[in-house]
Design a binder for this molecule. Structure first.
Ligand code: IMP
Length: 423
């Protein structure tokens, strides 16, 4: 019986959806604790591909209960849209299986307009947001002017909160039908009502009953609003500490922190990325790794694994285990680089710099490892991997000081190497 947090170690898109789905087979609960539908978790089962944005990645197992906890920001239209899409793919989700926090904050149509307006005004300093209204919704939450799920149920309370906001001043270029939006949100609230509970109480009761629980992070450590490459970050806390706040549980209830680490690195949106490859190899990683945003379709920037950033992610998350993903994408590369330090203003730096300007000017210092020519995507046994692939995995484990428990070599469930004492 265990409570595990799954966190992204890089800039998101590490393959958390696949890892959550694999582990969910033996889980009673999968809980999303932050972010919203800016996330895109892909799960491949047989010939079907499921793209989940808001609903936790445990949903494909009927017995696994899924919880959208208080730390998530919820777009009710997206919520029902995702349930519909799943239905078309043969997955029927009801309020027995899916629970929503009454105190989670709501993404209103105004927040999406505001997200795009703010981004267009940033000119040279764009963040490259997903445009889903995430930042403005968290801003309202912290400013104590947000609308919570429970507010949707009472038209009077909802109308008071929405009218107070003076949206017309924030969105002068838009014709806003405020009353129409109040009605629309209230209708969605009534539809949402059967799903809505006190999720903190529900999760804590499950912990007391020794249930198996995954707290599923979205985005990644380097996009964390506190610990990431601020201001090029999202507006929530994807790190493991965010799981306590975002799910309403005490830190001592967490048993394990699984960090999902991609065998190389990708980043979507703006912001510094020292190991980014602007050459053929970068394009090759993008194409072979299908590195296009699940939510926005944007091409992802790709580069070599950065051990400085990874060691930092291990520290701020208290990682107890690593799941290494997409190792197969490196197949056929003659050599593979790993960043082991940065040169910043002539100095060798081996700890992650907190000043984004330092990080922007950081020149990566690499060590080089020989690649392998074989296709490893059908291997399920660590010992069957080419020697150089094994060395690459062992090396990451050695330098990070954290046990690698799983290596993923493809998007399907069975394209996974489970490491017990294999190496
Ligand atoms: P926002 O979360 O839409 O405000 O976007 C802020 C930054 O986080 C942008 O650079 C986005 O591209 C990035 N981002 C947000 N969600 C994800 C994700 O799930 N994967 C990767 N990047 C993300």
């Amino acid at each position: 019986m265990a409570v595990k947090v799954i966190v992204g170690s890089q800039w998101g898109d590490e393959g958390k959806g696949k890892i959550t789905d694999i582990l969910a087979e033996h889980m009673d609960l999968v809980v999303r604790y932050q972010g919203g539908n800016n996330a895109g978790h892909t799960v491949v089962v047989g010939d079907k591909t499921f793209k989940l944005h808001l609903i936790p990645s445990g949903v494909l197992y009927k017995e696994c209960c899924c919880v959208i906890a208080n730390g998530v920001v919820i777009d009710p239209e997206v919520f029902f849209g995702e349930i519909e899409t799943l239905k078309k793919q043969g997955v029927y989700v009801t309020s027995d299986q899916l629970k929503v926090s009454s105190i989670a904050h709501v993404i209103l149509p105004f927040h999406k307009l505001l997200d795009n307006r703010q981004e267009s005004k940033r000119h040279e300093e764009k963040i490259g947001t997903t445009g889903r209204g995430i930042g403005p919704t968290y801003t309202d939450k912290v400013a104590r002017s947000g609308v919570r799920i429970m507010d949707l149920m009472c038209r009077e309370r909802l109308a008071k909160k929405i009218r107070k906001h003076q949206w017309e001043l924030l969105l002068p270029d838009h014709e806003l039908d405020i009353e129409g939006i109040i009605d629309q949100c209230h209708e969605l609230g009534k539809k949402l009502a059967p799903f809505v509970i006190d999720t903190s109480l529900f999760i804590n009761q499950a912990i007391d009953q020794n249930k198996n629980i995954i707290l599923e992070g979205a985005q990644g450590t380097m996009l964390d609003v506190d610990h990431g490459t601020y201001p090029f970050v999202t507006s929530s806390n994807p790190v493991s500490g965010g799981a306590c706040v975002g799910a309403g549980i005490g830190p001592h209830k967490i048993d394990e922190v699984l960090g999902v680490v991609k065998a190389y690195v990708s980043r979507v949106g703006e912001g510094p990325f020292p190991t980014e490859l602007h050459c053929e190899t970068g394009l090759r990683l993008r194409e072979k790794g299908c590195e296009y945003g699940t939510t926005t379709g944007r091409p992802r920037r790709c580069g070599w694994l950065d051990m400085v950033a990874l060691r930092y992610a291990i520290r701020v998350n208290g990682m107890t285990e690593i799941c290494l993903t997409k190792l197969d994408v490196l197949d056929g590369l003659p050599s593979i680089k790993i960043c082991v330090g940065y040169e910043i203003e002539g100095q060798l730096i081996t700890e992650f710099p907190l000043d984004v300007d330092d990080f922007t000017s950081a020149k990566p210092i690499y060590e080089e490892h020989p690649g392998w020519t074989e296709d490893i995507s059908s291997l399920t046994d660590f010992d069957a991997l080419p020697e150089n692939a094994k060395d690459y995995v062992r090396h990451i484990e050695l330098v990070s000081g954290v046990r690698i428990g799983m290596v993923s070599v493809g998007s399907k469930r069975d394209q996974t190497i489970h490491l017990l004492q294999a190496h």
